[in-house]
Design a binder for this molecule. Structure first.
Ligand code: ZN
Length: 201
């Protein structure tokens, strides 16, 4: 797997924390033994290495600076709400180390400048691809956009399914969890929030 990410004309290589492949492999082998498996049987021979590699991909957002995606903005007069719906994401629940996944909806009201719509999706991805909880993911996306674009307000709604709940029978199959976070006008102005809720229908 390549960890190089092409952004505009630059190639950004995530640095900092790398998954220690050898150590992760040893841990997976140990886990297989702990659950009564034989790591040397045919089907499991490559599993520790495969799982260790997978974690690098699953956690690729950890080394990905989300602010960076919003560093390039465009000046514009437009001050109407911008809404990006149905941004798909995959994340990993930090309580059970099992996937949760779904869609994020992000809205903001520009304050003189906007970003490319695709950059919003990159911010979602950067925060999703790390050990997470849905509530924090929602807040972090909101804070990142508020902190970098400085808009008049940000609204983030996330709908997700959690395997840790579905597999363990805590929750009915396919039911989803919704979280939301608001700032600025979305918090203080009834009309703005109503407009957003209306667009979300
Ligand atoms: Zn969980």
């Amino acid at each position: 797997m390549s960890v190089d990410k092409k952004l505009d004309n630059k190639v950004i290589t995530p640095v900092a924390r790398e998954v220690d492949q050898d150590r992760a492999e040893r841990a997976i082998r140990e886990l297989l033994e702990a659950i009564g498996e034989d790591p040397s049987r045919d089907g499991l021979l490559d599993t520790p290495a495969r799982v260790a590699r997978m974690w690098t991909e699953v956690l690729s957002g950890t080394n990905n600076d989300p602010d960076h995606h919003l560093s390039k903005t465009f000046d514009i007069e437009h001050d109407e709400m911008v809404l990006v719906r149905d941004i798909p994401f995959d994340s990993m629940c930090e309580h059970h180390m099992l996937p949760f996944f779904g869609k994020a909806h992000v809205a903001y009201i520009p304050n003189g400048h906007i970003t490319r719509l695709s950059k919003i999706a990159r911010v979602v991805d950067a925060y999703a691809r790390r050990l997470q909880v849905q509530e924090r993911l929602t807040d972090e996306i909101k804070d990142c956009i508020q902190g970098t674009l400085n808009p008049k307000g940000v609204a983030v709604v996330i709908e997700a399914q959690h395997l840790c709940m579905q597999m363990r029978g805590v929750q009915k199959q396919h039911s989803s969890t919704t979280t939301s976070a608001f700032s600025g006008l979305f918090m203080s102005d009834e009309k703005t929030r109503a407009e957003f809720m209306n667009l979300m229908k």
